[in-house]
Write a new protein. Structure first.
Length: 252
């Protein structure tokens, strides 16, 4: 096959992964944990980050923030993508970094712009630094386009996650430092909540850190795996289930 033609095919495949339909919801992965969701004329931006190419992102009717590090809570990206008067929901612990936001606590439910939002606990089981204490961050279940979509944020498979039911699309973190949410653990957690479709995200910690600081370092995947190997390990661990794994291009 001619090299140029082959490259065009690869680019087209990548584009299709980055704007996939979630059974009525258009899903556009942007970067790391940043994702755009669209349905019924509404746009939801989750953890918008200005290190992403936001030229293809749309103004948001609702912005959800899971935690307060810059790759989750980026005021510059919020300002760029927020429609006038659009709500920004975030954990109370994150509000000092964005005073215009509206706090939503673990277990609380709000309906904003006709979109139901349930805040789900997102925290560590395994102790140690970097830590994600209980009550300081959120995952979210949103109802959009008639679908229940779970955006886990940075969490292990805590009881609040395991209790989730009737999830159509889930976004699950992987390769969190201190060997939290290894591919096997992330797959086991995904099986526990049994979504119809799953994406993994927030899984290349080194790549994300270097977007902010080229000299930064972070813990690689457990077991000496490469990033690509860890994604494949997650995929393999779901074989034999009815869960559809959708890969996406989350990193440059």
């Amino acid at each position: 096959m001619h090299a140029r033609f082959k490259m065009l095919i690869l680019l087209a495949a990548a584009a299709s992964l980055n704007a996939a339909a979630g059974d009525g919801v258009t899903i556009t992965p942007l970067l790391h944990s940043s994702v755009q969701l669209e349905a019924d004329g509404k746009v939801v931006q989750v953890d918008p980050w200005s290190r992403a190419d936001l030229s293809r992102a749309k103004p948001a009717d609702l912005i959800l923030i899971t935690d307060d590090p810059i790759h989750h809570l980026d005021p510059k990206a919020i300002a760029q993508l927020r429609k006038p008067g659009a709500a920004v929901l975030l954990p109370a612990a994150s509000q000092p970094k964005f005073a215009e936001g509206t706090a939503i606590a673990n277990g609380e439910t709000k309906t904003v712009s006709g979109i139901r939002v349930e805040a789900v606990g997102a925290y560590d089981i395994k102790p140690g630094e970097p830590s994600h204490p209980k009550g300081e961050a959120n995952g979210y279940v949103i109802t959009l386009g008639g679908k229940r979509i779970y955006l886990a944020g940075v969490t292990e498979c805590v009881p609040e996650v395991r209790a989730l039911k009737n999830i159509d699309v889930a976004f699950m973190p992987m390769n969190i430092p201190l060997e939290r949410m290894t591919p096997a653990a992330a797959a086991e957690c995904t099986k526990a909540i049994a979504p119809k479709i799953v994406y993994i995200y927030h899984y290349d910690q080194q790549g994300a850190a270097r977007l902010t600081n080229p000299r930064a370092n972070s813990e690689p995947p457990a077991g000496g795996l490469s990033i690509a190997d860890s994604v494949q390990a997650f995929r393999n661990a779901l074989k034999g289930t009815s869960i559809e794994f959708r890969d996406a291009r989350w990193y440059p």
